[in-house]
Write a protein that binds this ligand. Structure first.
Ligand code: NDP
Length: 463
């Protein structure tokens, strides 16, 4: 029997980085990859970490290299690959051997696997891309506390640290970790889309060159918008194409890729009846971005939409602040809704705390969000005093930016849906009375009277 403390299967981009991180933190790790050459290359490049790493070329050798009860991380593509890998492993495992899926599984799949795979099972969301996995990701665990305890020291050691505090925690049972990771990715979609919309206003409205736009984002990264996504947008904007020397952004095709986690968030939000319109708008925008031929055909008929106009950069910054608060607020409301739907006691301030470092949506605002959510449990972030004050000072800018963008032909779907959410959520008496009247007229669905009586009908109801 071996003595490796933990095993990892899948030495792709994330798996290789995570395995190196684990070894670097002093844990003995056995690794296995479907394609043996990948394992050999990984071992050959391990350098000073090599003594902590046991490369194996068969699943049998991999399992034998692990101390019992075993703990095995899977870092393979979400979906069938995870089920196939579990099926291949199971005959070789003891009943108390723990499987930890660290990929981007849909949380329903994690719930199913935890219930049905017949082994102790954790579903763990890992955010931060390759760099995060190598040097400190944000880690969102899901499963039983007794299972988390078996690997908590490793998870805390490899995670990012915010002022010394590990950005890793157990979110709740079953698929809770993957659920929180999914919402994280949904917020990521909305945040990225809002930044792209502001970039569009600077490029096509103000007529600025990419490098100058990069300078604007770099300056904003010194203020309230300070975040990883603003920082990398500045870097991407300032980068040049190695071949032509042109600004890199001018040679990148304007069709965004996706792996589906934003779509999952939008779909789940509909099931939970907790709308996340900024995230939905971002998913739709990515889908439309891929329709390049159709967009070009539309431009040929109607002319290009965006027109130049004068833009106040301070206004744009404040609009982005408001938009950012609103998309995070939507994400947190969605996580809170799982308490009722799933009975998961996810600790919202803790979610904000473990997102402060390591993950893609890390941002200076998350410190204040963690405090606001702790001080005002169950409250929509937009109504907590700190963020209400921030929105009071910035929603006017968001309104002006959305209005000017609209008047000048610039599509800003995420920013405008954020604004519509804000206005809807501060309108005590809305317009759904008309919907209820219409529903009663054509389907006798009944409505609730303002006097509290339910099942009421209009004069069209007979008898
Ligand atoms: P890669 O494509 O880089 O690597 C995939 C790995 O899985 C390879 O080692 C591959 O082995 C193995 N694999 C693929 N199919 C199977 C299979 N059917 N059975 C066994 N092994 C298989 O993926 P990533 O490292 O980028 O992603 C891994 C997981 O991490 C995914 O769930 C992804 O969504 C998630 N993730 C990725 C992030 C990123 O930034 N890339 C960020 C956060 C999470 P082989 O060498 O044989 O092909």
């Amino acid at each position: 029997m071996g003595d490796a403390r933990i095993g990892l299967i899948g030495l792709g981009t994330m798996g290789a980085a995570l395995a190196s991180n684990i070894a670097e933190k002093g844990f003995d790790i056995a690794v296995f990859n479907r394609t043996t050459q990948v394992t050999r290359d990984f071992a050959a490049g391990a350098g000073e970490l090599a003594p902590k790493i046991t490369p194996t070329e068969t699943l049998e050798a991999f399992v034998a290299a692990l101390a019992t009860p075993r703990a095995i991380i899977l870092m393979v593509p979400a979906g069938d690959a995870v089920d196939q890998q579990i099926a291949a492993l199971k005959p070789l495992l003891d009943p108390d051997d723990l499987i930890i899926d660290c990929g981007n599984a849909l949380f329903h799949d994690t719930d199913r696997r935890a219930a049905e795979c017949g082994q102790p099972f954790l579903g763990v969301g890992v955010s931060g891309g390759e760099e995060g996995a190598r040097h400190g990701p944000s880690i969102m665990g899901g499963g039983g506390p007794e299972l988390w305890d078996r690997v908590e020291d490793i998870m805390l050691a490899i995670s990012a640290k915010h002022e010394g505090e590990p950005c890793a925690a157990l979110m709740g049972p079953g698929g809770a970790g993957h659920f929180v990771k999914m919402v994280h990715n949904g917020i990521e979609y909305a945040d990225m889309q809002m930044i792209a919309e502001i970039y569009g206003l600077l490029r096509d409205g103000a007529g600025m060159e990419a490098e100058a736009i990069g300078d604007v984002f770099a300056a904003w990264d010194e203020g309230p918008l300070k975040s990883y996504l603003i920082e990398i947008t500045a870097k991407v904007s300032r980068a040049r194409d190695a071949e032509s020397g042109a600004p890199l952004l001018s040679v990148i095709v304007d069709a965004a890729g996706q792996k589906g986690t934003g779509r999952w968030t939008a779909i789940e939000s509909q099931h939970l009846l907790t709308p996340v319109p900024a995230i939905e708008a971002a998913v739709v925008a990515r889908n439309l971005s891929s329709r390049r031929e159709e967009r070009a055909a539309g431009e040929a008929i109607f002319g290009a939409a965006p027109q130049p106009f004068e833009i106040d950069q301070g206004l744009l910054e404040r609009a982005l602040i408001a938009g950012k608060v609103l998309c995070y607020a939507q994400g947190f409301v969605m996580i809170a809704a799982t308490r009722e739907a799933k009975g998961w006691e996810i600790d919202l301030p803790q979610v904000a705390r473990i997102w402060r470092e390591g993950c893609i949506i890390r941002s200076a605002m998350l410190d204040d969000m963690a405090a606001a959510l702790a001080d005002h449990p169950g409250e929509n972030l937009m109504r907590t005093p700190h963020f209400a004050a921030l929105l009071k000072g910035s929603h006017g800018a968001l309104r002006q930016v959305v209005a000017q963008a609209s008047l000048n032909g610039h599509p800003v779907p995420a920013l405008s849906s954020g604004l519509a959410y804000f206005d809807t959520m501060r309108t005590g008496r809305g317009t759904a009375n008309v919907i209820q009247g219409q529903r009663d007229f054509f389907g006798l669905h009944g409505f609730e009277h303002v006097n509290g009586k339910t099942g009421q009908h209009g004069p069209w109801a007979k008898g």
